[in-house]
Design a protein around this ligand. Structure first.
Ligand SMILES: NC(=O)c1ccc[n+]([C@@H]2O[C@H](COP(=O)([O-])OP(=O)(O)OC[C@H]3O[C@@H](n4cnc5c(N)ncnc54)[C@H](O)[C@@H]3O)[C@@H](O)[C@H]2O)c1
Length: 261
């Protein structure tokens, strides 16, 4: 039985960074629920079947405009935008990126802010603007527990004990904090235009991390485990559907209780 409260079928979704670990979950999950899904990614590659993948760098306003135009021509103005594309320093990042705060490279700071903040801002301008003109829409801006709170540097102590220099870098946290107030700003700005804007804050997603990291991480989570990627979908479906018709400017925290104590 389909529940009209959560029914998103026939609606149009844009998922940025849709080729990544979580983006794939959103794209396939929304498609399975009857949405028309377009992915904007710098590496569109082999998109899940049925999903329209467009090569878009979210930091390039004209590329975003062209892609949105292509989506609108085929399917009309999107009902949902998931601003999911982001850069984070991978575990094997160059030493200077995971070294002391005092020497964190300016270029790395700019690169992360460019994708995570400016990319989200530009997609909100272009897609959100079209939604506002259409008088409806829902935007989900993705943040992280590392944007809500500081990273716990102790989680990475095992790397330092191995003799590596490792500090979880600053730029990702700063960028993910900015998302929270971009959301609030736009929620109030577009409240009268029928466009709802919310943040989805996620805890760390399980992806075969080293045992020492997993042990230290789960120790700090009331639910004693990391997020399983498919568990991030429920909040997106909720925010895409009429079940969230009075929800705007909110921060939906999916973190297993990480921020509760
Ligand atoms: N994985 C986690 O533990 C975790 C935890 C909390 C929040 N998040 C957030 O969830 C989101 C997705 O994370 P993920 O783990 O799936 O990341 P991921 O690295 O697997 O995917 C990110 C995707 O964004 C794309 N991308 C990068 N730069 C881009 C650009 N300029 N334009 C368009 N696309 C670009 C990449 O090609 C990639 O497909 C991010 O916003 C991240 O901050 C992730």
């Amino acid at each position: 039985m389909s529940d009209p409260l959560f029914d998103v079928s026939g609606r149009v979704a844009v998922v940025t960074g849709g080729m990544g670990q979580l983006g794939t979950v959103y794209a396939t999950g929304l498609l399975e629920r009857g949405m028309r899904v377009a992915i904007f990614d710098v590496e569109p590659g082999e998109a899940p079947e049925g999903v329209r993948a467009l090569e878009v760098d979210v930091t390039d306003r004209s590329a975003v405009e062209m892609a949105v135009h292509a989506v609108e021509e085929k399917w009309g103005v999107p009902h949902l935008l998931v601003n999911n594309a982001a850069l984070d320093s991978p575990p094997d990042a160059p030493a200077e990126e995971v070294g002391a705060f005092e020497t964190y490279p300016e270029e790395s700071f700019d690169a992360v802010m460019d994708v995570n903040v400016k990319g989200t801002f530009l997609c909100c301008q272009v897609v959100g603007g079209a939604m506002a003109r259409a008088g409806r829409g829902s935007i989900v801006n993705v943040s992280s527990i590392y944007g809500l709170l500081s990273p716990v540097q102790d989680l990475y102590a095992f790397r330092r004990e191995r003799g590596e220099t490792f500090v979880k870098p600053v730029a990702y946290s700063v960028s993910k904090s900015a998302i929270l107030n971009l959301t609030r700003y736009l929620a109030t700005y577009w409240a009268g235009s029928g466009v709802r804007v919310n943040t989805l804050t996620l805890g760390g997603v399980y992806s075969d991390q080293p045992r020492e990291f997993l042990d230290a991480y789960v120790e700090r989570v009331p639910m004693r485990r990391m997020l399983d990627a498919p568990e991030a979908l429920g909040a997106v479906v909720f925010l895409a559907s009429d079940a969230s018709s009075y929800v705007t400017g909110a921060n939906i925290v999916v973190d297993g209780g990480w921020s509760a104590w």
